[in-house]
Design a protein. Structure first.
Length: 185
């Protein structure tokens, strides 16, 4: 069986699109997914399945909408893909340390996308890159490094210009998900 990580976009934020993880876990288990577990309230789900990724993603999105009454984009990655995301950070440890020293919040984030955006769409973000906000793309992921809060970031605000369904996780969450995946194997 393949270990998958489902990353739900835009749930439990600001009192909108509320989904209790215990309910989500139950629904995914009833779908036939195995060893379902969740991590924090932002929509991180680990499970095993033999299904094709695309069909599985569509089925999960449909079940969420039927059971909770609103659509939620779901991005899937396999355990190996998640490990690759963690191992492929394009920023040096020095760059990360300097950003963390300048910020009181998380500095390193990854946008995990359904598909790889075209180069011209990625270049739309370049105008928002500066000494405090930087990004580097790697296929279906874009890594962001913020010296100030992501909440005040013009770069983060304009990520929609990629025109690709995506969800963002901070580096702490990525590392914890890798730890959980390793424990499942």
């Amino acid at each position: 069986m393949t270990i998958y990580i489902a990353l739900l976009r835009g749930i439990n934020v600001g009192g909108k699109n509320m989904i209790k993880m215990v309910e989500l876990k139950r629904i995914l288990g009833e779908m036939g997914l195995n060893r379902v577990q969740t991590y924090i309230q932002s929509g991180n789900v680990l499970f095993e399945s033999n299904e094709d990724e695309e069909q599985l993603r569509i089925r999960i999105e449909r079940e969420i909408e039927v059971n909770f009454g609103f659509p939620v984009p779901v991005i899937l990655r396999t355990a190996d893909e998640l490990r690759s995301i963690a191992a492929s950070c394009p920023f040096t440890q020095q760059e990360i340390s300097e950003a963390e020293a300048a910020s009181e919040t998380e500095s390193l984030y990854v946008s995990i996308m359904l598909e790889e955006p075209t180069l011209d769409k990625i270049e739309r973000l370049a105008v928002y890159r500066n000494e405090n906000e930087n990004y580097r793309n790697n296929g279906r992921e874009i890594y962001f490094l913020f010296r100030n809060s992501v909440r005040n970031s013009k770069l983060a605000t304009h990520m929609h210009k990629l025109d690709v369904p995506a969800t963002v996780r901070n580096w702490k969450t990525i590392r914890k998900l890798v730890t959980l995946v390793d424990a499942m194997e």
